[in-house]
Ligand binder design. Structure first.
Ligand code: GCB
Length: 609
């Protein structure tokens, strides 16, 4: 859809939204996020560091022998023997320790393949302050977290890659507090992701945990960007939690000499004002300091302004056509393994993407850490952000849809102010069946309702060859619902030799841009041979050379994202002498060594306008 000038489509869409009740929900969803915006600018107490843990594969600390829920004997009570004859069959304090943030699989050899429950316990001192609220904020826990503070259950969360928070003002005590989290990363049919995937199911409290300190009336959320039709208008809203009637708020952009005073009605102040910011581009990723204040609170952010839209087969950034020169990234640490735990690791991965000549990354296959998105934005790299609706999801299950929707909305809520993010992806390689079409249609609608300003996409692999020597056709029904079509296509790897790829032609049933959202093949870094010898760097290089020739023949192509920047761990990849539990399609090895294909793609991206 050409977002800017398609007024007829807009009217049809609005009527459709009205009929389905979405239009009324639009602002609610966008302004009703479950998490506070911009934790970076908040005063906080960190709960990172060593936690005491108990490995509990049978969930013995949660269920009794009859599989009833435990009460008094639950591990969440953190009981200690009071007299010598007391029988208590667990003790956090003499058990293993694990570091937070971090996955458990790479911290202890015996947890390498572990999927199940581990209990985490952290004691900490806290100083209460009157007039202050405390929010317990988890940046991510994979997958199911049940959280107890001082023996009381305060909530639970499912989904391994999005943040969640609890207001713990009531439960938090002056002095010592005990926080216990049951973390379970067992794969479930109804989960998002589901049972089957091609990455390591790293378990644990994988990202940081904080206690955020906010005033009683606080700025919980805001949205700020230029109008998508008019970049000389800055607009958005500010939300105050526990607001007073007619709370005074303001927004200032000192560099533009702008300060706008507002009154929040029912806690929300909407704004729209004229300004002429320098627009954010990959070559000049300009960010402005923004100050938002209420009567009792203040936050600061760094914001970029840009427009993004489609026009036929083109993607336009600030009104100008852009070709997305990209690479896919898993959130796995460079030079080593396991989940990313520091911003330096984000910087290394994105630095490699830059060196490749990329202006774009696909952050596969789930929501990456917030610092990664911010870092990409600072470096001038456009972002495709994604939820783990991957392969064989339980499309008939309404709970699964609810879970996917929550993950999508939470991702959008967290990153909606990032100019670098241009695409929300709702799915990867799902089977073209009616239940999936309905499920993903709903997700595209939810994404659009939460954020009508960005493009919606999905990575498809349903393209079909129409016969020998015939073109490959993009006809998937989902093409109707997305703005940009992602195509995963392994020409030269799965089922064909590299050479014929150069002659493959494509057709597109939709007047929409297409991104080749995955392509490539495997190679063991350092293994050399003939270009027809599988697993050699030369074979992988031949795949890249021939795919690049094919790309030049696809006139509706508006971007490519190679699979993948770095070799990553996957238990699907069992071939011991080559894979050794790694997907070898990286153009860089897990040790940071570049393969030949890196330079082939670099040459293409450096020459491509
Ligand atoms: C795909 C998937 C990706 C896999 C990749 C592969 O199509 O989207 O998650 O890792 O293929 O290596 O086969």
């Amino acid at each position: 859809m050409h977002i800017k000038n398609s007024s007829i489509l807009k009217v049809i869409f609005a009527v459709h939204l009205l009929c389905t009740g979405w239009l009324f929900a639009q602002n609610d969803v966008a302004q009703n996020s479950r998490i506070i915006q911009n934790i970076e600018s908040r005063e906080k107490q960190t709960l990172d560091g060593l936690w005491q843990t108990i490995i509990d594969p049978l969930e013995n600390g949660y269920y009794n022998h009859q599989y009833g829920l435990r009460t008094k004997k639950g591990f969440f009570n953190n009981k200690k023997p009071k007299k010598p004859s007391d029988l208590i069959e667990y003790d956090f304090d003499s058990d293993y320790q694990l570091t937070v943030p971090g996955d458990w699989n790479t911290q202890m050899e015996k947890l390498y393949y572990y999927e199940g429950t581990i209990w985490y316990k952290r004691s900490f001192n806290f100083k209460k302050q009157s007039g202050q609220k405390e929010l317990l904020y988890f940046e991510a826990v994979n997958y199911h977290a049940i959280v107890y503070l001082n023996g009381e259950k305060i909530g639970e969360h499912k989904g391994g890659f999005t943040p969640f928070q609890f207001d713990v003002t009531e439960q938090l005590k002056e002095g010592e507090n005990v926080l216990i989290v049951k973390v379970d990363n067992q794969r479930k049919k109804e989960g998002i992701p589901t049972l089957n995937m091609d990455w390591w199911n790293y378990g644990g409290i994988t990202r940081s945990v904080h206690i955020l300190k906010v005033p009683e009336q606080y700025i919980s959320d805001y949205s700020i960007q230029v109008n998508i039709d008019n970049p000389k208008l800055i607009e958005g809203w500010i939300k105050v939690e526990n607001y007073k009637a007619n709370e005074k708020v303001s927004i200032a952009i000192p560099e533009l000499k702008k300060e706008v005073k507002l009154t929040a009605k029912n806690g929300i102040a909407e704004f729209s004002f004229k300004a002429s910011p320098k627009l954010w581009t990959p070559d000049n990723p300009k960010l402005y300091t923004i100050q938002i204040s209420s009567e009792t609170d203040k936050v600061e952010d760094r914001i970029g302004f840009r427009t993004i839209e489609t026009q036929g087969h083109k993607i336009l950034l600030n009104g100008e056509e852009i070709f997305l020169k990209g690479v896919c990234i898993h959130e796995e640490a460079p030079y080593g393994l396991g989940r990313i735990t520091s911003n330096e690791q984000n910087q290394i991965l994105l630095g490699w993407a830059k060196e490749l000549g990329s202006n774009f990354v696909r952050l596969a296959h789930y929501t990456h850490n917030e610092a990664m998105i911010k870092e990409a934005e600072k470096m001038g790299i456009l972002v495709w952000a994604e939820v783990p609706v991957y392969w064989s999801v339980d499309f008939e299950n309404p709970e699964t849809l609810q879970n996917a929707t929550t993950q999508l909305e939470d991702m959008i809520a967290r990153d909606k102010n990032r100019a670098g993010v241009i695409l929300w992806s709702v799915a990867n390689e799902t089977k073209e069946i009616d239940t999936r079409n309905q499920f993903l249609k709903t997700l595209t609608e939810k994404a659009r309702a939460a954020d009508p300003t960005r493009l919606i996409t999905a990575a498809l692999n349903s393209q079909k060859k129409k016969g020998k020597g015939q073109p490959v056709g993009i006809e998937d029904k989902l093409g109707e619902y997305v703005d940009v079509i992602g195509i995963n296509n392994y020409c030269g790897w799965y089922g064909s030799d590299p050479k014929p790829c150069r002659d493959v032609k494509w057709t597109n049933s939709y007047n929409k841009p297409v991104i080749m959202s995955e392509f490539g093949g495997g190679a063991l870094q350092g293994m050399h041979g003939e270009p027809n010898e599988i697993w050699t760097e030369e074979y992988q290089e031949a795949i890249y050379e021939n795919n690049i020739l094919m790309f030049e023949n696809i006139e509706f192509l508006s971007g490519t994202a190679a699979w993948i920047l770095k070799d990553f761990r996957s238990p699907r990849r069992t071939l011991r002498r080559i894979q050794n539990d790694h997907n070898r399609k990286g153009i860089i090895s897990e040790h940071g060594n570049k393969k030949l294909a890196f330079y082939t793609l670099q040459e293409y991206y450096r020459s491509k306008k």
